[in-house]
Design a protein around this ligand. Sequence first.
Ligand SMILES: Cc1cc2nc3c(=O)[nH]c(=O)nc-3n(C[C@H](O)[C@H](O)[C@H](O)COP(=O)(O)OP(=O)(O)OC[C@H]3O[C@@H](n4cnc5c(N)ncnc54)[C@H](O)[C@@H]3O)c2cc1C
Length: 338
Amino acid sequence: MYNIAVVGCGVVGITSALAIQNRVKKCTVTIYAHEVSPNTTTDIAGGLWEPYLLQETPEEKVAEWSKTTYDYLLRLWIQGKAGDAGICLQPVTTATDNENYQRPNWLDSTLGHTMMSEGDLMMLSKRYGTELVGGVTFMSFMWEGATLLPFLQKEFIDNGGNIVMKYIEDIEELSGYDVVVNCTGLGANKLMGDTNVKPIRGQIIKVRAPWIFHSFLIDSEKSGYVLGNKNFVILGGTRQHDDSTKVDDDDKNNILRNCSKLVPSIKSAEIIEHQVGLRPARNKVRLEAEIKRNGDNEVRIVHNYGHGGAGITLSVGCAEEAAKLVEQMLTEKYKSKL
Ligand SMILES: Cc1cc2nc3c(=O)[nH]c(=O)nc-3n(C[C@H](O)[C@H](O)[C@H](O)COP(=O)(O)OP(=O)(O)OC[C@H]3O[C@@H](n4cnc5c(N)ncnc54)[C@H](O)[C@@H]3O)c2cc1C
């Protein structure tokens, strides 16, 4: 029996743990986490499937990983599990003021899309008060962070997995495991000393507005989004290079003003909660294997972190690749006994 440890129980950790259970025969998987749902960054995310804030992560990898997630969500939706899993299928309009806007290649993975016409852009620009130059309406999924985590955790535990609440100070604490999968998000900065991992602050407002069935996202200096979900609507948002998790009053007012321009009925929505989360940003997603040696001690690690503003979007694709890397490391360690 192979023993695998996964550090982290946000969307990246739990999907990786499940992918390993599904791929590697005869293994036990233990998750070590400092925090679990409802206290992770994932719990704050609206869960829009759309690659966002991924810096230099290669476009073809983003398209591949996000497609795997989209296909997985579509499968759950077809199996009738959308309610339990926290999935909503709906049209999403996203527009930008970026002059260099190009049709994103990940649109090919979706169930359908329509590029915005000049007329559409003019109308939305006028309403929003920003000159928008490109955009698209596409069919996408919301996969609500706070619902997906308990749903996937149950599947993991039903499959025989274990979750241990523990802060890992040093990855060598886990050297007894065959492979350790590092899904610590922002925590990788401390755990691995990776200074490329930096927070991008996101403040949001959760409101009750059950009449919203179409989501919007404006990617500009005055960014704003309205994401309809199963249990609430998320209004956002900020993207600041800042690590403050305090709710800021100016941000609150800007979010309400911008989102009311997108969907005027937001003004009458009941506010449930203001929240701040720190996106685990990195110059690019780190998904690779490493053998860390310290004298006679060695730890085989698969890193899977740094998913910025798209951890939910990329999760299932990255998890499957991480599970393949785990399998390769086991094969190398035990010389093809798998
Ligand atoms: C406001 C906001 C809105 C967002 N909206 C979206 C969206 O619409 N769509 C989308 O795809 N993404 C969105 N994101 C981004 C998404 O939330 C993240 O990319 C994603 O949650 C990252 O998941 P993760 O599992 O890597 O990190 P986390 O959810 O932060 O989980 C990290 C885990 O690692 C654990 N950990 C860390 N260090 C240690 C340690 N040393 N020892 C033990 N455990 C440790 C933590 O306790 C936790 O369990 C949003 C983010 C924010 C803040």
